[in-house]
Design a protein around this ligand. Structure first.
Ligand SMILES: [Zn+2]
Length: 429
């Protein structure tokens, strides 16, 4: 048998199969029954879940870990969050942003989150955030894939210099074209922004990922324009709509036309359940809308849907842990994805499906792919969702980048075992 640099033995993969994984250099060299193989480092994963790394397709790394600076969001709304971010970016320095982002990336690595698509605000003439995030992208490159989206937070047309600054950010090497059509001054201007942003992406050969219809207004229909422009410009498979919360409130007849248009244009959807359930419905009394987009209905039409995290400790959200299982757990509840198949799907949405949205070509547990994986203290993907357990070992590009000791509770009860792990295997999960 061959010798590997690292051998991960006997882990249960998300599909339920049990396999060994042999790693040589930065690549998975072999996967299957590798009995008799040896390695410089052997990791015993018997009984534990071995997953490809978690992927977050929607985040704001320029704003993360800033909660309370210069003040908290008193109303808890999206609009106050945007105003508060405006105050924060006036006083933030490039070094502040770099240090906060690097601290967040440490959290991410410890949770097995090894690829992140982050929007970066392009509405500041100094482009401090862009400069900071480009630095961070280089620093973390050996262990975390950071993709950046040029995001005109205050409106591509509504902010007087956003258009020019967004183009400058793309010239500086930002990876993806972003936008916020529902925040422009009018529906017409929002639609025009979608058109121009898609044209920019077509000219430059870049993907598109818009904050699209993050609104409770059922008439916010920029997703329709995004489908049209994607089709017109041949951007199939390169375009994502983030949030799409207005679809929650739309007329059902209209949605029955919209879903096939999204499928035809191969647009993927990125709901952000922690944030959508928190920010949407704030103008409602009761009943109060959930605000999450129509996840299962999109999936039934063959549309790729991934769960995004969006925020951790920033002007919009006071909590967050860099754990994509928290994100999937909330999505599972709000979208009522409770059957075994749907729960399993929630796990693949924060792994394989998010990797597809980010077009990560070397992703997955297969020979020849990048040697990146996470060992979790759980027996299956569904159990991982239930427990959100410790990440016992994280490997990125062939290197062990995080270890966590198994942390069973010690209990002292008469006639009972002395430790508890909360594992529970039934027919499913
Ligand atoms: Zn966002």
């Amino acid at each position: 048998m061959p010798s590997f640099d690292i051998l991960v033995k006997g882990g249960t993969l998300p599909d339920g199969t049990v396999k060994d994984i042999g790693i040589t250099g930065a690549t998975i060299a072999a996967i299957g029954d590798l009995t008799g193989g040896d390695a410089g480092t052997v990791i015993d994963a018997a009984g534990d879940l071995v997953s490809p790394p978690f992927v977050d397709p929607h985040f704001h790394m320029d704003a993360t870990l800033s909660y309370g600076t210069p003040r908290i969001n008193a109303s808890g709304t999206l609009m106050e969050g945007i105003a508060l971010w405006g105050e924060l970016k006036e006083i933030a320095t490039v070094d502040d942003m770099v240090q906060r982002a690097l601290a967040y990336c440490d959290w991410a690595v410890s949770m097995g989150l090894l690829a992140v698509r982050s929007h970066v605000d392009t509405c500041d003439d100094s482009l401090k955030g862009v400069e900071a995030m480009l630095q961070v992208r280089e620093i973390v490159k050996p262990y975390l894939d950071l993709q950046l989206v040029a995001f005109p937070q205050d409106g591509f047309y509504r902010d007087p210099t956003a258009r020019a600054n967004t183009l400058r950010a793309l010239d500086m090497g930002v990876d993806v074209v972003g936008g916020i059509p529902h925040f422009e001054r009018s529906m017409a201007e929002g639609a025009a922004s979608v058109r121009e942003l898609c044209e920019i992406a077509a000219e430059r050969g870049l993907p598109v990922d818009l904050h699209c219809d993050e609104s409770d207004d059922p008439l916010s229909r920029h997703i329709e324009t995004l489908c049209y422009e994607t089709q017109r410009l041949g951007l199939h498979g390169r375009v994502a709509g983030s949030h799409l919360t207005s679809m929650h409130s739309m007329d059902n007849y209209y949605v029955s036309k919209l879903l096939p248009l999204m499928a035809e244009a191969q647009i993927s959807a990125i709901p952000n359940p922690l944030i959508n359930i928190t920010l949407q419905g704030r103008h409602d009394t009761f009943p109060k809308r959930r605000g999450l987009t129509r996840v299962k209905e999109m999936q039934a039409h063959g549309i790729t849907v991934g769960w995004g995290q969006d925020c951790v400790r920033d002007p919009w959200y006071s909590l967050g842990t860099a754990d994509m299982l928290d994100v999937a757990f909330m999505g599972l509840h709000v979208a009522q994805m409770t059957s075994p198949e749907e729960m399993q799907r929630c796990f693949t949405m924060v792994t394989d499906e998010n990797a597809r949205i980010m077009q990560l070509g070397d992703y997955g547990l297969a020979a020849g792919k990048a040697a990146s994986l996470v060992v979790l203290d759980a027996g299956s993907a569904i159990e991982a969702l239930r427990l959100r357990p410790d990440r016992l070992c994280v490997i990125s590009k062939g290197k062990v980048v995080s270890r966590q000791a198994r942390n069973d509770a010690r209990i002292s009860l008469p006639g009972r075992p002395d430790s508890v792990r909360r594992r529970h295997r039934l027919t499913y999960g």
